[in-house]
Design a protein around this ligand. Structure first.
Ligand SMILES: [Zn+2]
Length: 146
């Protein structure tokens, strides 16, 4: 997760004239047996597309999606009413449609939207939990409206 965050930060600065991009990976299978698939960078601004697996895929279905929100966008998963494209879904709408939990990494921490609860929770504050020796516990779970 730290690596993907760094790759987007570097990519966002170095490539495409400082254009802001999102990097994404999905987790397929189950909590006990999963594979991580990194989506290829598309250099779209603040949106990205890649494959979401169904149950029929050999790797199993996609149950979690992680992506980065660049500086200047909100730290929480975006919603149907509030997302960069002004589309009907946003992060939470896509999560509901495909039944995965959506994790958002930004400089302000790690948020998750649960498609089962229809709520979001901040799991980590800021980025110091990504440091090698960090043993910071998760934040207490305070669920909020998506
Ligand atoms: Zn997002």
């Amino acid at each position: 997760m730290k690596r993907i965050y760094e790759s987007t930060q570097n990519g966002g600065v170095v490539s495409a004239g400082g254009k802001r991009i999102e990097a994404t990976f999905v987790v397929n299978g189950t909590f006990d047996k999963y594979t991580i698939r990194v989506w290829p960078l598309t250099y779209q601004t603040k949106q990205q597309s890649g494959q979401i697996n169904t149950e029929r895929h050999p790797d199993g279905r996609t149950f979690a999606l992680f992506h980065v929100h660049p500086e200047g966008t909100g730290p929480k998963p975006s919603t149907p009413g509030n997302n960069y494209d002004g589309n009907k879904l946003g992060d939470t709408g896509n999560a509901d449609m495909h039944r995965y939990d959506c994790y958002v990494v930004s400089s302000r921490g790690l948020w998750m939207y649960s498609w089962r609860r229809k709520q979001s929770v901040q799991l980590r504050a800021n980025m110091d939990w990504t440091l090698p020796c960090s043993r910071k516990p998760l934040l207490p779970p305070v669920w909020v409206a998506a």
